[in-house]
Design a protein around this ligand. Structure first.
Ligand code: PBG
Length: 315
């Protein structure tokens, strides 16, 4: 076996998996206000941007070779119904308009969820201590339409309500957006690795947790069922999230659906690598490229990662 490992050129000839900037999606946090650019304390290297700073950052992303971003909004105020999520003048809607105007060729994906906009931090409307599925689905569809009206290229529902992909698809079709694809967060697990994101988005639930809607980490077959249901409802891409603890799920979803599969290398996965690197405990570049290659090898076509811009420079 060592004959083909002897030189770099030989290794490259037989390499099975490739990793390039075109596979990577950079998540960005957009915050209300002006002239704001502040680092997320638990995610060194990742900032929250107000709109003009976001537009400037997008220029750098494109220069690095990254062609896509997913936006998360942090509104000025939150309420019980998460109304900032579907406000036509909301922070994400305004950011989409500004980004598409300045960078028409950048693929703008918007995360569709209520958790960044609800005062209680849950991903939907709370009735009798529970997140009400169908009421939430209506508001999610309204949110997706408002993103599409603002000009987003792709919507990505991350809430894990049942039936939301079908509802979003039919409303997009009815309201003049038949060409907007859906990247569904299909197998999204109730994970401890979202901690830094919740600090960034100020979206930690005030009571309880998300186990009543996000998946049990012990289940893989259920992840495949979720992906198949979302495809049947009209999803164009199915996502597995987080990535590295769920490489087996990525592999199974790819094998059993043959659909485009996305994997989300989440905030906690980023922060662990970053913290070890900042302490000098691992070689950051090698560890990150090895991790992203492993996610691709498992079967992910697209990788959402906070390391996108840095990795693109290394590639
Ligand atoms: C919103 C959403 C979350 C993430 C993506 N969309 C947070 C959550 O479900 O708590 C997590 C992303 C990350 O940790 O990087 N529902």
């Amino acid at each position: 076996m060592r004959r083909l490992r002897r030189t770099k050129a030989l290794r490259e000839l037989v390499r099975e998996t490739d990793l390039s900037p075109r596979h990577l999606v950079q998540p960005m946090f957009v915050i209300a206000g002006e002239g704001v650019r502040e680092e997320v304390p638990s995610m060194p290297g990742i900032d929250r941007f107000s709109i003009s700073e976001l537009v400037a950052e997008a220029t750098e992303l494109q220069a690095a070779g990254i062609g896509a971003t997913i936006l998360f909004g942090i509104p000025a105020s939150k309420d019980e119904a998460g109304s900032g999520a579907y406000d036509p003048e909301g922070v994400v809607q305004m950011a989409v308009r500004a980004l598409k105007e300045a960078h028409p060729e950048l693929v703008v994906i918007t995360d569709v969820c209520l958790c960044e906009y609800t005062s209680h931090g849950h991903c939907g409307v709370v009735r009798d201590g529970q997140v009400d599925n169908d009421l939430t689905v209506e508001l999610l569809a309204k949110t997706a339409i408002s993103h599409a009206d603002a000009g987003t290229d792709v919507v990505a529902p991350s809430d894990m309500m049942d039936g939301r992909v079908g509802a979003i698809r039919s409303q997009l079709d009815d309201e003049g957006h038949p060409d907007v694809p859906i990247i569904a967060y299909s197998a999204k697990y109730a994970s401890a690795f979202y901690g830094p994101f919740r600090e960034a988005a100020e979206s930690t639930p005030e009571f309880g947790d998300r186990r009543g809607y996000q998946m049990d980490p012990a289940n893989a077959l259920e992840g495949v069922r979720e992906a198949k249901l979302d495809l049947a409802e009209g999803a164009d891409v199915v996502m597995v999230k987080p990535a590295t603890p769920y490489l087996d799920v990525i592999r199974r979803v790819k094998a059993e659906t043959a659909a485009p599969v996305a994997a989300y290398h989440v905030s906690g996965e980023y922060s662990m690598l970053k913290a070890a690197a900042l302490n000098g405990w691992i070689d950051e570049r090698s560890a990150v490229l090895e991790t992203l290659t492993a996610i691709r090898r498992a079967g992910a076509d697209l990788v959402f990662t906070y390391y996108a811009k840095e990795a693109a420079a290394w590639l």
